[in-house]
Design a protein around this ligand. Structure first.
Ligand code: DOR
Ligand code: ZN
Ligand code: ZN
Length: 449
């Protein structure tokens, strides 16, 4: 064996097992009690070993905005947060709306990645002829914005239905940012006309109604097209009710939320100012409770960070006028500790946590069982956790280029201490051991092009 991870409490599809893992050629080759010989032996002293986390919603800004983030810092931050695979979004510069652009982006970011990565294609108002070649080039999924913020990735209802019908033929899922553009811009205009520029105005005037309406519309269009719809960053009880309705009807729909909406609410906005500005906005505590319940029940399928960094200068503008700051927050490194802390507090079972942050993303993206589980033949992507150790989130310790986190000072029990990607230790207790270019480009195992 190339590597033996000895004495673990292993999270397997069949439950927790006290055993060792043998790795050969980057894959899990053996599991059992008696540890075989290995070139390298790592004794984890009974600690919990989870499958590597899969963050299916990150923005690493590469190429295009190196002041905000790049693939090196983004994937280092992932490694330090127990994330072994990321799916990266297409709103880079230029946006990923053709096979050629996907190829070029892959070329640029491949030599920088510390962890494995997949690229999401844009499906906006570009030529319909580009949709299928994007899948042939290895896109993991498509993404559409029902708001107009990212011009080339925004869709009208007609574009959306046309694109969904073509995406259905590729067998890939379509991710959507579901908010109603008209209602969102009406809110901003009304806030401005009332002289509101304070942090709370972003949430108060950007209504759950805008999210619910677009969610309903996306569901109906996806049902018509028989496509797998994945709704990003769900935040409100209204949207959850629609999700439940759609699943009950048998529509092929999955949904995600992010730690922002689970751990923060409008109560935090005054304190956080522009650093609490995300789209959709933070909601009231009643929505927060509904999200936790939906996650526990399995109605919400996925937790993803929506890691969306902006520079301090860009964000700071929002203290004077919240509408002048861009929306987005860092999060790829802090999601696992925050979720482990919640497991420790009894808010969520370990099983649901692993499902939402590893197994389900792998299934949705067509990477399962290569990723998302600890099983013979799977990639040896592992994260070792000290369930008793206390973590405290400190922006200054983050590996992202942006070190201001809305979770500053959050504490809990349950700390990732070691990250392994395909049998290589890439992060250990505060230290990056991997190298740029080690991370592999992933295309889906299952695809129908
Ligand atoms: O808050 C957000 N930031 N929401 C989005 O939909 C986009 C993202 C970004 O890329 O900045
Ligand atoms: Zn979005
Ligand atoms: Zn996003």
């Amino acid at each position: 064996m190339d590597l033996v991870v000895r004495n673990g409490t292993i999270y397997t599809p069949y439950g927790l097992v006290s055993a060792s893992i043998g790795v050969e050629d980057g894959k899990i080759a053996w599991m059992g009690r008696a540890a075989p010989e290995g070139v390298r032996v790592l004794d984890v002293d009974g600690k919990l070993i989870l499958p590597g986390m899969i963050d299916m919603h990150v923005h690493f800004r590469d190429p295009g905005s190196p002041d905000r983030e790049d693939f090196e810092t983004g994937t280092m931050s992932a490694a330090a947060g127990g994330v072994t695979t990321v799916a990266e979004m297409p709103n880079t510069l230029p946006p990923v709306t053709s096979a050629e652009r996907l190829r070029e982006k892959r070329r640029i970011v491949e030599r920088k990645a510390y962890v494995d990565f997949a690229l999401v294609a844009g499906a906006g108002s570009m030529s319909r002829d580009e949709i299928k070649p994007l899948a042939e080039e290895g896109a993991i999924a498509y993404k559409m914005f029902m708001i107009s913020r990212f011009k080339e990735l925004a869709v009208s209802d007609a574009d959306m239905l046309d694109n969904l019908l073509l995406i259905a033929e590729t067998g890939l899922p379509c991710l959507v940012h579901a908010e109603n553009e008209g209602l969102v811009s009406r809110g901003v205009e009304r806030a401005r006309s009332q002289g509101r520029r304070d942090p709370l105005a972003h949430s108060e005037f950007r209504l759950p109604l805008a999210e619910a309406e677009a969610t309903a519309r996306a569901i109906l269009l996806a049902e018509e097209a028989s496509v797998h719809l994945h709704i990003c960053h769900m935040t409100s009880s209204e949207a959850l009710a629609l999700l439940s309705w759609a699943k009950g009807r048998g529509v092929k729909v999955t949904a995600e939320t992010s730690p922002c909406y689970l751990f923060l609410s409008t109560d935090d906005l005054e304190r956080l100012g522009p650093y609490g500005k995300v789209d959709p906005p933070l909601r009231g505590p009643e929505h927060q409770r509904a999200l936790w319940q939906a996650l526990r029940k399995g109605l919400l399928d996925v937790v993803a960070s929506d890691h969306a960094p902006y520079t301090r200068e860009e964000k700071e503008r929002g203290w004077i006028d919240i509408f002048d700051a861009p929306s987005g927050s860092v999060g790829v490194e802090t999601t696992l500790p925050l979720m482990l802390g919640s497991v420790n507090k009894g808010l969520l079972s370990l099983e649901r946590m692993v499902e939402a942050f590893s197994t389900n993303p792998a299934r949705i993206l067509g990477l399962y069982p290569r990723k998302g589980c600890i099983s013979i033949g799977s990639d040896a992507d592992l994260v070792v956790v000290d369930t008793k150790a206390e973590f405290e989130i400190r922006g200054e310790n983050l590996h992202s280029k942006q070190r201001i986190t809305p979770f500053e000072g959050f504490k809990g029990r349950g700390k990732p201490i070691l990250t392994i990607v395909r049998g290589e230790v890439i992060w250990e207790d505060g230290e990056i051991l991997g190298r740029p270019g080690y991370g592999k480009f992933l295309s889906p195992i299952r695809r129908r092009v």
